[in-house]
Design a protein around this ligand. Structure first.
Ligand code: AMO
Length: 455
């Protein structure tokens, strides 16, 4: 990340704490590390503690003290170690020693003192092989796994890279309200909340307000924020609350311009993740991050269905949409044919797209829209928007929507607005597919689903 030195020391508290990942590069001598106990090996002559912090793990050693006749001497450090439970947070000071024979990082700390910050209950409620739901119940413990920690460091890098891209290209960041008077996408999957003497809806996306920014003359905007969907299904890729990456740009000719910008943004994000975490991702997940080449393949939906049918899979949906197996099949085709992990499926039928998508000039049945598929799963929807208010109103009415309820949104288009388009993208889905995880729960800090409001 530009301007942020990796592992820069932040001196807080009275003891100068060294991050464990920096021990290998530190000189032998006095050192202090803080973290939680991962394992204790309480042997007769010597005790070992593996201590982990947010950056790595290190072995602490303590040779027990004996008198010349072999009887154990008073040894408060040994007593403390013998009573340590896994998960206890502590600060250890001692002497750092480089030793190639130490498997864990080639260093160890010979203890001078241990200060327990807070002890853990001895029985840990989850184990490495606990199921995902059980782990989600104890998410704060589950997040101590190095893989989980890495996921959220990758997320930080990804968002930072995207923000950098946006800022360098003159985008304005907006924070749109999540309490709304009208549904932002449709009446399906809509959360209602009591709101004084009326009802409010939780934003399903920032759609209305990112388009408002176009009428406000902001030109190019982005938002990273929560979106809510009252989706009762239990799939590996749906949540009732998720972080949505949204962007909207003025003065486009078609959805092609949105896709061009979208793929550049993806490249910037993936490049940053590969540069900063590529080696760790390979070590912990066995995944090599590929920075995608541009342009990403683009396939009109109708053609994609033909390709998938030729591969022997008939998409069963009557509504002209692609189903998850169809997405997997087209992704497999794209990987085999273009060696690419991404594909834009374009030109979706108007019947299955929202009223605000612009239709093809020469074919009203199709929209200037796309879905972005990554490793076989949809991560984003984008489109050119209909900005001509009469057409927009007609399209809303044709979809059976109440234009009274949409009055405020429609007003955005009555006082002049440039052509525009944009996309919404699920952050956790991008991470899930980048890291070959099988469930969005793994890449969401705290998952929310139909039966999960805790922790
Ligand atoms: P759409 O409804 O396709 O489009 O959502 C955009 C992207 O958001 C993510 N997503 C979800 N992630 C987790 N759980 C869910 N329940 C969920 N629902 C959606 C997906 C999806 O591709 N306003 C339009 C976008 C636009 O045109 O700008 C919209 O919301 O990754």
């Amino acid at each position: 990340m530009p301007g942020v030195p990796s592992g820069a020391q932040l001196n807080l508290g009275t003891v100068t704490r060294t991050l464990i990942k920096n021990l290998a590069a530190a000189a032998d001598g006095d050192i202090s590390v803080s973290g939680w106990v991962e394992t204790v090996r309480d042997q007769k002559k010597v005790q070992f503690v593996v201590l982990r912090d947010e950056s790595g793990a290190v072995q602490l050693v303590h040779p027990r003290q004996f008198a010349e006749d072999g009887t154990p001497e008073e040894d408060p450090i040994a007593d403390t170690i013998s009573g340590l439970s896994q998960g206890t947070f502590l600060t250890a000071t001692g002497e750092l020693k480089h030793d190639e024979r130490v498997k864990l990082g080639g260093v160890e700390v010979k203890l001078d003192a241990l200060t327990v910050s807070s002890r853990s209950v001895a029985e840990t409620p989850i184990a490495d092989d606990s199921g995902v739901d059980k782990r989600m119940d104890w998410r704060f413990l589950d997040l101590r796994r190095p893989e989980a920690n890495l996921i959220f460091r990758i997320q930080t890098t990804l968002e930072h890279a995207w923000r950098t891209y946006w800022v360098e290209h003159d985008f304005i960041e907006v924070h749109t309200p999540k309490l709304m008077a009208s549904p932002s996408e449709s009446r399906a999957e809509l959360f209602q909340v009591p709101y004084f003497d009326t009802v409010a809806y939780l934003a399903q996306s920032p759609q209305h307000f990112k388009q408002m920014a176009q009428a406000a003359g902001f030109g190019k905007i982005f938002e990273i924020g929560p979106a809510f969907r009252a989706d009762p299904s239990f799939t590996s890729r749906h949540a009732t609350e998720f972080t949505s990456i949204d962007s909207e740009i003025s003065w486009i000719d078609s959805h092609e311009d949105v896709m061009k910008f979208h793929e550049e943004l993806m490249v910037a994000g993936f490049q940053a993740v590969k540069d900063r975490h590529g080696a760790e991702i390979e070590a912990l997940f066995g995944v090599e991050v590929t920075v995608p080449s541009v342009p990403f393949p683009r396939i009109p939906l109708a053609e994609a269905k033909e390709i998938v049918a030729k591969r022997g899979y008939e998409v069963p949906r009557a509504d002209d949409d692609m189903d998850p197996e169809g997405e997997r099949q087209i992704a497999a085709y794209v990987k085999e044919t273009f060696d690419h992990e991404f594909v834009f499926l374009t030109d979706y039928a108007a019947t299955i797209r929202p009223f605000y998508h612009m239709r093809h000039e020469d074919d009203q049945t199709l929209t200037n829209s796309y879905d972005l598929i990554f490793n076989g799963v949809e991560i984003s929807t984008g489109a050119q928007r209909e900005h001509r208010v009469e057409v927009l109103e007609a399209q809303a009415t044709a979809k059976g929507l109440d234009t009274e309820e949409l009055a405020t949104y429609l007003d955005f288009f009555r006082y002049g607005v440039p052509s525009h388009g944009g996309f919404g993208m699920g952050l956790a889905r991008v991470l899930m597919l980048m890291l070959h995880q099988t469930n969005i729960r793994e890449t969401t800090y705290l998952f929310r689903g139909p039966t999960r409001l805790l922790p």
